[in-house]
Design a protein around this ligand. Structure first.
Ligand code: PEP
Ligand code: MN
Length: 263
């Protein structure tokens, strides 16, 4: 169902008023984790002013260590809802557990599947039954074929609203957190009608590499960007080193404006 041969026209995914896969670039920004009311509202307001059209923020966090901050869970979802009311930005947030899908779907506009869950088939099947779009992240060891098969799990259960997201794959290189597979954009454009966005934050792991890779993503034909922004990256509960300060995010948007069609 994801294949170009099944549907030749690009799919445009409607996300509570924002289209992903249409003419304009989707610009999803926000903190890695929802940490507090003030942190989230400050970030949401600043990314909105910079030109973002959706807000991201994790309430359920897939952390490598069980001793790291695990997320605010439903309290975080409530804060995301408040941030949507304050900014009118649709909300993108991760769901990790199949049993949380209905709960997260009550708050979120777009449900995110994290890289680590790209082959959590029971989660994918559950998301196939939801009437909200799914942002499916590529795993760090997932081939493009496997990635598309994961999308197929969602589509085949009836949910046709899938957005693909490349966030870097694991290679021998250690200078960056992951290696951004920019070539997956034209490959996926050939293979599928589903939109593909790029997350240069998780792909690089370093805030100063985010903007050049965002520009590369736009040049390669990506349908959107997902970027981590934090008002105080040094004190972020997660992913501070790759988070942009609001002023740096404003600059990124200004620097892609000449060659991207923004909403
Ligand atoms: C995230 O977007 O916050 C996240 C955990 O990303 P990934 O699943 O790509 O590591
Ligand atoms: Mn993160």
């Amino acid at each position: 169902l994801a294949g170009r041969e099944i549907k030749s026209a690009n799919s445009v995914i409607e996300c509570n008023g924002v289209q992903v896969g249409g003419e304009a670039l989707a610009l999803i920004a926000g903190p890695c984790s929802v940490e507090s009311h003030d942190q989230l509202i400050a970030t949401a307001t600043s990314v909105k002013h910079a030109g973002a059209n959706m807000l991201r923020g994790g309430a359920y966090k897939p952390r490598t260590s069980p001793y790291s901050f695990q997320g605010m869970e439903e309290e975080g979802l409530k804060l995301l809802k408040e941030a949507r009311e304050a900014t009118h930005l649709p909300i993108v947030t991760e769901v990790m557990n199949p049993s949380d899908v209905q709960l997260v779907a009550r708050y979120a506009d777009v449900l995110q599947v994290g890289a680590r869950n790209v082959q959590n088939f029971s989660l994918l099947k559950e998301l196939g039954k939801v009437d909200k779009p799914v942002l499916l992240k590529r795993g760090m060891m997932t081939t493009i074929k496997e990635f598309l098969m994961s999308a197929e799990y969602i589509l085949s259960e009836g949910n046709k609203n899938v957005i693909l997201c490349e966030r870097g794959i694991r290679t021998f290189e250690t200078a960056t957190r992951n290696t951004l597979d920019i070539s997956c954009v034209p490959v996926l454009k050939r293979e599928t009608h589903l939109p593909i966005i790029i997350d240069p934050s998780h792909a690089t792991g370093h805030w100063d590499l985010v903007e050049p890779m965002a520009r590369a993503a736009v040049a390669a034909g990506a349908d959107g960007l997902m970027i981590e922004v934090h008002p105080d990256p040094v004190n972020a509960f997660s992913d501070g080193p790759q988070s942009l300060k609001p002023s740096k995010f404003i600059r990124l948007v200004e620097n892609i404006r000449p060659f991207a069609k923004l909403m």
